[in-house]
Design a protein around this ligand. Structure first.
Ligand code: HPA
Length: 245
């Protein structure tokens, strides 16, 4: 079953008909909320807002392990993660969607593995390609079918937050080859891989990253970009859910 992890700007899917709410408790603590099960235009779907229903859990305090565990328990067989990002590449405009093909993890101190020697014995997973190619391809097709532009490829930088970056940090991250920056892409992606669930990130561009443009972007413009990108993302998800597997 297709599962969506919603991020900032997407704490619910407007057209989801809810049929069941799973329990939030897992052996790894509580998930951000119980996994929501339902149908979107007739297609079965799971949904989990990673910041909780009231958007109160900051990126570094999300229990990513519990979230991924809860999704697997609920029957997730592929996961599309929606992540708000800042654009490091000035070509990427606020309100647009981007599909990363690589990531760099700049986070620290997050519980990042099931294979910690306590919960599960040590294991080293293969992670050279962090996102599932088949699911990425399906998302490209879905966006095409929905008539929504999707910028294909680039590296997602995951910073610790919750503060935004300095201009110098973004300049460094840009030199290291990243195209977008967000705070929630890791350890989600590697935890999904540890559970062998195909996972892809659909990035919602909401602002130019620090120092990329000279002006300070007012909050209402960021909000407008977020809601535009969220509407577009939702249409891509509807189109994805209607694809024959
Ligand atoms: N930096 C980090 N995370 C973000 C940003 C940003 O500029 N915009 C949205 N999420």
């Amino acid at each position: 079953m297709l599962a969506i992890i919603g991020g900032t700007g997407l704490t619910e899917l407007a057209n989801l008909t809810i049929t069941h709410r799973h329990d939030a408790t897992t052996p790894l603590g509580n998930a951000s909320c119980g996994v929501i099960q339902g149908t979107l235009d007739g297609s079965p779907m799971l949904f989990l807002p990673r910041h909780g229903v009231t958007h109160s859990i900051p990126p570094h305090r999300i229990n990513y392990r519990a979230n991924l565990w809860a999704l697997q328990q609920a029957g997730a067989t592929r996961i599309v993660s929606l992540n708000a990002v800042g654009a490091i590449d000035p070509f990427l405009k606020p309100g647009s969607l981007m599909l990363p093909d690589q990531l760099i993890d700049y986070t620290s101190g997050r519980d990042a593995t099931f294979f910690d020697g306590d919960f599960k014995p040590l294991e080293h997973i293969e992670f050279s390609q962090p996102y599932d190619e088949t699911l990425r391809h399906a998302l490209c097709l879905a966006s095409e079918q929905a008539g929504i532009g999707l910028e294909e490829g680039g590296t997602y930088a995951c910073t610790q937050g919750p503060r935004l970056e300095t201009a110098a940090e973004i300049a460094r991250i840009a030199m290291e080859g990243c195209r977008v920056v967000g705070m929630t892409g890791m350890p989600e992606a590697s935890l999904a891989r540890e559970l062998a669930i195909p996972y892809a990130c659909l990035a919602l561009v909401v602002n130019p990253a620090a120092g990329v443009v000279d002006e300070t972007i007012p909050m209402d413009r960021i909000q407008a970009a977020l809601s535009l990108a969220a509407q577009r993302a939702e249409r891509v998800i509807v189109s994805l859910s209607q694809q024959a597997l």
